[in-house]
Design a protein around this ligand. Structure first.
Ligand code: NAD
Ligand code: UFG
Length: 340
């Protein structure tokens, strides 16, 4: 039987690259589209090294309908489109809101338009737990209401979800995955996260500090209402997140309905504080970390972690890697890209 063809947008980025690997290893025929605006070509090379197969890569923009149409016509018909392409830096989105609304919304709209034109029905969307803000109940389930978005980036995820739910009435079948905090790297250390400029996120900041690229990590506040005073998050290994996409795609393909829209949290269900994470990083990797306690970062949520039971029961998915695995793999990747 011929392998099913899958389109991965943003596949030269962090989560898209890991998902492309899981898809190829599961026997799918993957085409990647990326405009390389926020990516590093080392990830495409890494996908080839891990899978032992050449990557079908098409450089172009998801807002460019002519480009998309050509890819759909030459590489399709696609069984499913996995849409990772977006800008994701929260701080930058506050500085440049139009850049974020323009890219994140228009790329999604253009992609769905071309899917409809080409008769492609199945779509998986990358959303974020940021849509929940500070939830009233933790662990947070998919039924929790949206809170006012803390940033234009968060607003693009809320708006995209709304657009996609509406579009699913036009015979498009959609699964939205709300990621909690993706961390770590492929256990081979051949692909991982390469932040552009100073990292905003905790784990890349930790690894860059430990490796000597940054002088010191600042812990943003230790006066929160948590056991050690630092914020709590649900950190999920990026390979577990990638396998959730494969499961979601297969679940979607089994549905009989022509109109379909469902949302799943993708998290571990375990809350870890900033200080706990730092201490695990030091212990697992046997390295020191220079850090200080600083003031709170504005817009930070005090405490959030997932109720992942819906993904577990419907998709048959569960996180397999531990927080220690994630921190080990993140560190191995950091050392690899610094050639240490
Ligand atoms: P990333 O920046 O590593 O990858 C995104 C990729 O999309 C990049 O390679 C970039 O060049 C590409 N891209 C951006 N705009 C494009 C466009 N218009 N056309 C073509 N390519 C374009 O980000 P990531 O961490 O892999 O995130 C993937 C998705 O997951 C994004 O939608 C992001 O918002 C979402 N997400 C990420 C996180 C996280 O913490 N990493 C958390 C929740 C949700
Ligand atoms: N933190 C520090 N120091 C740093 C960086 C982060 O103490 O240098 C703390 C933050 O205050 C927070 C925790 O580490 O308490 C995690 O911060 P991240 O920036 O890594 O992640 P966030 O949970 O704040 O948010 C990110 C994205 C959101 C997205 C969310 C879940 O910015 O848009 O992950 O995917 F929704």
């Amino acid at each position: 039987m011929k392998a099913k063809k899958i389109l991965v947008t943003g596949g030269a980025g962090y989560i898209g690259a890991h998902t492309a690997v899981e898809l190829i290893n599961a026997g799918y025929d993957v085409a990647i589209v990326d405009n390389l605006s926020r990516s590093d070509k080392r990830l495409l090379e890494g996908i080839e090294k891990i899978t032992g197969k050449p990557v079908k890569f098409f450089e172009g923009d998801c807002r460019d309908r002519n480009f998309l149409l050509k890819v759909f016509q030459s590489e399709g018909p696609f069984s499913c489109v996995l849409h990772f392409a977006a800008y994701k830096a929260v701080g930058e989105s506050v500085e440049k809101p139009l850049l974020y609304y323009e890219n994140n919304l228009n790329s999604t709209i253009a992609l769905v338009e071309i899917m409809i034109k080409c008769g492609v029905t199945d779509f998986i969307f990358s959303s974020s737990c940021t849509v929940y803000g500070q939830p009233d109940q933790i662990p947070v389930s998919e039924a929790a209401p949206f809170k006012k978005a803390e940033s234009p980036y968060g607003a693009t995820k809320q708006m995209s979800e709304r657009i996609l739910e509406d579009v699913s009435r036009n015979n498009i079948r959609i699964i939205t995955l709300r990621y909690f905090n993706p961390i770590g790297a492929h256990p081979s250390a051949l692909i991982g996260e390469i932040p552009l400029g100073t990292p905003n996120n905790l784990v890349p900041f930790i690894t860059q500090t430990a490796v000597g690229v940054r002088e010191k990590l600042t812990v943003f506040g230790n006066d929160y209402n948590t056991a050690d005073g630092t914020c709590i998050r649900d950190y999920i290994h990026v390979v577990d997140l990638a396998t959730a996409h494969v499961k979601a795609m297969e679940y979607l393909s089994q549905q009989r309905e022509t109109k379909f829209y469902e949302v799943f949290n993708v998290g571990t269900g375990i809350g870890v504080s900033v200080l706990e994470l730092i201490n695990r990083f030091k212990a697992v990797n046997n390295v020191e970390l220079n850090y200080e306690i600083g003031s709170r970062r504005s817009g930070d949520i005090e405490k959030v972690f997932a109720d992942p039971s819906k993904a577990m029961s419907s998709l048959g998915w569960a996180a397999k890697f531990t927080i220690d695995d994630s921190l080990l793999h993140a560190w191995q990747w950091e050392k690899k890209i610094r050639d240490k």
